[in-house]
Design a protein around this ligand. Structure first.
Ligand SMILES: NC(=O)c1ccc[n+]([C@@H]2O[C@H](COP(=O)([O-])OP(=O)(O)OC[C@H]3O[C@@H](n4cnc5c(N)ncnc54)[C@H](O)[C@@H]3O)[C@@H](O)[C@H]2O)c1
Length: 385
């Protein structure tokens, strides 16, 4: 049997520490590198705690925990990666930081070492070029927290050797993950298709149609989403959520569907970042406001409007071949816990009802944001065979 590849993880923050833990639990020797010794210490502590929790739940034996710990090594210099066969980078989401790192890695790593980026929103092809080894490079987008979230989006670049992508699929399956494959486009699958969940909720709020609590209740109570959009934005952090929206909007050359909201920008500017700062859309020092449930028709209209925009986005992503039908639905159920895949939802809701609903929105607003996806005729044909 082939020896398990030695992994390098660069960046020991929220994502890197979780990915390192996964790799070590998957039986790989792992070297975690960070510029900051405080980050390395924090990562070692966090991984240790997480392994203990898994042991206390009976998911790992004490022997597994000891073996996993024994496979983890921490270093503050990239030189420690010289014996790795795979490196996953999870450093700051900035081109200059990642490009500089990838250039250095190319000089240090063995010629046959594969490199993956955990970027959420940068171009995999751009980073592949900086790596100097685009055939051995791909995007591996984990979700937060990596140990718990079951999904990994794989994003091959234009030059990625298919054998590298296939090996990435095997590795992720070995780590207990499910993979979906996406094209290198802004937001890949999940961060693109989920945009209307936030954007349309913000728009409804800005129009004064309902308050945050009522919009949240519409989504959780009418359609069974685990968290309403405002509670979720506060949970993710408005700074993080706003930055992803901004990046997807900018990356798509200003597509109006992804245009960021001034309301959310103002919260970010005011440092009302959400739960982590004590206040965002909600003030967490007080009891949370009650939704206005008396107008059931209003709740239904809000919930269906946001759902329509999500379905429209999913059909669009399918039509433009960002990913396949099954992958799109698995991505949103596994990556953002939607109660159902959006393409399946379009069938249950009724495709013609989706088209009519989008046409009504467009008729009213006359904005490009509400245009019906050109994918619907093909989607109807696909589902009537
Ligand atoms: N946080 C999320 O929810 C999430 C989800 C999916 C993907 N991502 C992506 O994962 C990556 C990391 O995000 P994060 O949330 O873990 O960030 P983070 O800020 O928690 O951690 C980044 C770490 O990288 C280190 N670092 C920065 N430059 C470095 C360098 N040149 N060499 C070595 N270490 C360096 C920092 O010291 C820090 O410890 C980003 O690309 C982000 O977009 C984040």
């Amino acid at each position: 049997m082939m020896d398990k590849e030695r992994f390098g993880i660069v960046g020991a923050g929220a994502m890197g520490s979780g990915i390192a833990q996964l790799a070590a639990m998957g039986g790989h020797d792992v070297v975690v590198v960070d510029l900051s010794s405080a980050a390395l210490e924090a990562a070692a502590g966090k991984i240790g705690e997480s392994l203990n929790v898994l042991e206390s739940k009976g998911k790992l034996t004490p022997v597994d925990v000891a073996a996993t710990n024994g496979r983890l090594h921490f270093a503050d210099s990239l030189d420690a990666l010289s014996g790795c066969q795979w490196v996953i980078e999870a450093v700051a989401e900035k081109y200059d930081v990642k490009n500089e790192l990838l250039g250095k890695l190319n000089c240090i790593l063995p010629a046959d070492c594969m490199i993956a980026t955990n970027t959420s929103s940068l171009s995999v092809n751009a980073l592949a070029t900086s790596s100097g080894r685009p055939h051995q490079f791909l995007g591996m987008h984990f979700f937060n927290p990596p140990v718990r979230m079951p999904l990994v989006e794989l994003i091959p670049g234009l030059s990625t050797d298919p054998a590298v992508t296939n090996r990435a699929v095997e590795l992720m399956e070995g780590w207990g993950k499910q993979t979906v494959r996406a094209q290198d486009t802004p937001g890949f699958i999940v961060n693109r298709i989920a945009r209307p969940y936030y954007a349309e909720a913000l728009r409804i709020l800005e129009e004064g149609i309902a308050d945050c609590a009522t919009i949240d209740a519409a989504m959780t109570e009418v359609h069974g989403f685990k968290m309403g959009p405002f509670a979720l934005m506060d949970f993710i952090g408005n700074d993080v959520n706003y930055a992803v929206t901004h990046s997807v909007w900018e990356g798509s050359y200003g597509e109006p569907r992804y245009r960021p909201s001034v309301t959310q920008r103002n919260l970010v500017m005011a440092k009302r970042l959400g739960k982590k700062s004590g206040a965002g859309f909600y003030d967490y020092s007080k009891s949370l406001p009650e939704p206005k449930r008396s107008d059931e028709l209003l709740l239904l209209k809000i919930a269906n409007r946001i759902l329509l925009m999500l379905i429209n986005e999913a059909v669009d992503a399918w039509y433009f071949e960002i990913a396949g039908r099954d992958d799109i639905d698995r991505a949103v159920t596994l990556g953002v816990n939607y109660p159902k895949g959006l393409l399946q939802w379009s069938l249950d809701f009724g495709i013609s009802r989706c088209i009519e609903g989008m046409a009504d929105l467009y008729d009213f607003y006359r904005e490009e944001r509400y245009r019906t996806s050109p994918g619907f005729p093909k989607w109807i044909a696909e589902n009537s065979q």
